[in-house]
Structure formats: structure tokens, C-alpha cells
Design a protein around this ligand. Structure first.
Ligand code: CAA
Length: 245
């Protein structure tokens, strides 16, 4: 029986790599994207050309009721969820003094409330079946803080506390809960950082001397999802090129 994986934000920069690698690892993969996404059909078509079948769902992960409907639909159309990857995330970078409530609120809702909203929908089924994986995509910046990201870093640090607490609650039932904390990857999100900041404040601080690739994170997701990783729970796997140790 093929396991079912849900990747939120599964068509985006990092999300797409995770979706593709999980598909290659033998999962039936459902991806979610925001309701406004106009490229769903095109994305599915392109994946099909590469021999990959995905189911796609448009859902605002910041909205609890929408997540409930979405996961019920996934359960009916794809199957009960075995692996949940809470990957959907946004940035609204601004120095704190200039940050608006809207910038704070949008990031909190999309990056952190989503983790509650989605995990709530899958946890009972995982407990009943005695197996499950929840993988939360945090960030190095949640651990170290980042100039201009008091909102984003708060959500990514929040994931650590959530992860450890839930891991304690469900560990005996075959469910692991972990975070992965990527550093700077070559994705659209990171490449939208002003070039001057990238060249002077980010790249010179990465010991391996380059941005990470999304595939390097997706491989960790595949491993954490596997039976081999059953003894790893409540922890974080950092992949940041040595930028924060
Ligand atoms: N460390 C120290 N000083 C910094 C700095 C940094 N990282 N970034 C900017 N500054 C300084 C600037 O040099 C500038 O100094 P002066 O006033 O002395 O010239 C001052 O702060 C103001 O900078 P800006 O002119 O850029 O101010 P702004 O208001 O236009 O923009 C900002 C501020 C939004 C924070 C912008 O600098 C920025 O986007 N920085 C990048 C933030 C970042 O790294 N985001 C990560 C996105 S990727 C991601 O989030 C994925 C992940 O998980 C890793």
C-alpha cells in the first residue's frame, strides 16, 4: 500500500522539490497551493510530461475551516494522510519599527497557524493507524534571528515549540514530529532579498560558500518520512551550509 503525503505549498520553490522527491520515493502525493494560484493546471501538466501524477488542492492554509474541508477531500480522493509536510510559508520582511500589523498578521497566519490548522486534520487518523510523520519546515532564521524578520523568525521559532510538544504527546503511537531548518536556498523567496544585502550580509557568512539547493532539503524530508527515521522525533535537522551552528 502506497503511503500518502501532503505537501503544503507543494508547487513552490522548496515545495516542488519536496513533492518531486516524495513522489520518486513512492508516495502518493497531494500538493496544496493558495486559492489564487493560476498555474495549477500548467504545473500538473508539466509534471505529467515528466511522468509524475499529483493531486492538487487550492486552500488557504491560514484558514482552519478550509483546511478541514481540504484534508477531508484529500482523504476521500487520495487516501488517509500518512505524512504531512507543513512547508507553506511567506515572508513580509521589514525592520520592526516599519513593520505593519498586516505584515505581522499575514506571516503568523500563513506560517504558524497553518501548522495547527493542518496538523489538527491529520493527527487523529495517524493515531488510529499507529503511524505518521509530521515534518515542519522551519528556518535557520527561527533559531538565530534575522534582521528584518521579527515576524518570520517568530513563526519559525514557534514551530520548534510546537514540534517538541506534539512529539511528546504522540511519540508512543508511532508518530514522529520534527522540524527541518534550511538556511538560504536558491529559491525565489531568497533571491528576492536585495542584491546588496545578499552579496554583503548573507553569502560571505556561509562557510560552504554557496546557497543551498531545494533538493538538499527534500532529501531530508524523504529520510524523515521513512521507517528508518522512526527513532528521530522532537528534533530539528539544520541544513544551512554551516552559517549557524
Ligand atoms: N545585518 C545588518 N544590517 C543590515 C542587514 C543585516 N542583515 N540588512 C540590512 N541592514 C542595514 C543596511 O545596511 C542599512 O544600513 P544603513 O542605514 O547604515 O545603510 C539599514 O539596515 C537599512 O537597510 P535597508 O536600506 O535595506 O532598509 P529597508 O527598510 O529598505 O529594508 C530589510 C530592510 C527589509 C530588512 C532589507 O534589508 C532586507 O530585505 N533584508 C534581507 C532580510 C532577509 O535576509 N530575509 C531573508 C529572506 S529568505 C528567507 O526568509 C528564507 C529562509 O528561511 C532563510
Amino acid at each position: 500500500m502506497m503511503r500518502v503525503a501532503v505537501i503544503t505549498g507543494g508547487m513552490g520553490g522548496l515545495g516542488e522539490s519536496i513533492s518531486v522527491k516524495m513522489h520518486a520515493a513512492g508516495y502518493r502525493v497531494a500538493v496544496t497551493c493558495s486559492p489564487g494560484n493560476k498555474h495549477v493546471d500548467e504545473w500538473l501538466e508539466n509534471q505529467k510530461k515528466e511522468g509524475r501524477e499529483f493531486k492538487a488542492y487550492q486552500v488557504d492554509v491560514a484558514d482552519y475551516e478550509s483546511c478541514k474541508e481540504c484534508v477531508a477531500k484529500i482523504a476521500a480522493e487520495v487516501g488517509p494522510v500518512d505524512v504531512l509536510v507543513n512547508n507553506a510559508g511567506i515572508t513580509r520582511d521589514s525592520m520592526f519599527r516599519k513593520m505593519t500589523f498586516e505584515q505581522w498578521d499575514a506571516v503568523l497566519r500563513t506560517n504558524l497557524y497553518s501548522v495547527f490548522n493542518m496538523s489538527k486534520q491529520v493527527i487523529d487518523g495517524m493515531l488510529e493507524r499507529g503511524w505518521g510523520r509530521i515534518i515542519n519546515i522551519s528556518s535557520m532564521n527561527g533559531a538565530k534571528g534575522q534582521f528584518g524578520q521579527s515576524n518570520y523568525a517568530a513563526t519559525k521559532a514557534g514551530m520548534y515549540g510546537f514540534t517538541k510538544s506534539l512529539a511528546l504527546e504522540v511519540g508512543r503511537k508511532g508518530i514522529t514530529v520534527n522540524t527541518i531548518s534550511p538556511g538560504y536556498l536558491g529559491t525565489k523567496m531568497v533571491l528576492s532579498v536585495p542584491k546588496e544585502v545578499m552579496d554583503t550580509k548573507i553569502l560571505p557568512l556561509i562557510p560552504v560558500g554557496r546557497l543551498g539547493s531545494p533538493d538538499e532539503i527534500a532529501d531530508i524530508v524523504v529520510f524523515l518520512s521513512s521507517d528508518s527515521a522512526g527513532y528521530i522525533t522532537g528534533t530539528d535537522i539544520a541544513a544551512n551550509g554551516g552559517q549557524y551552528m
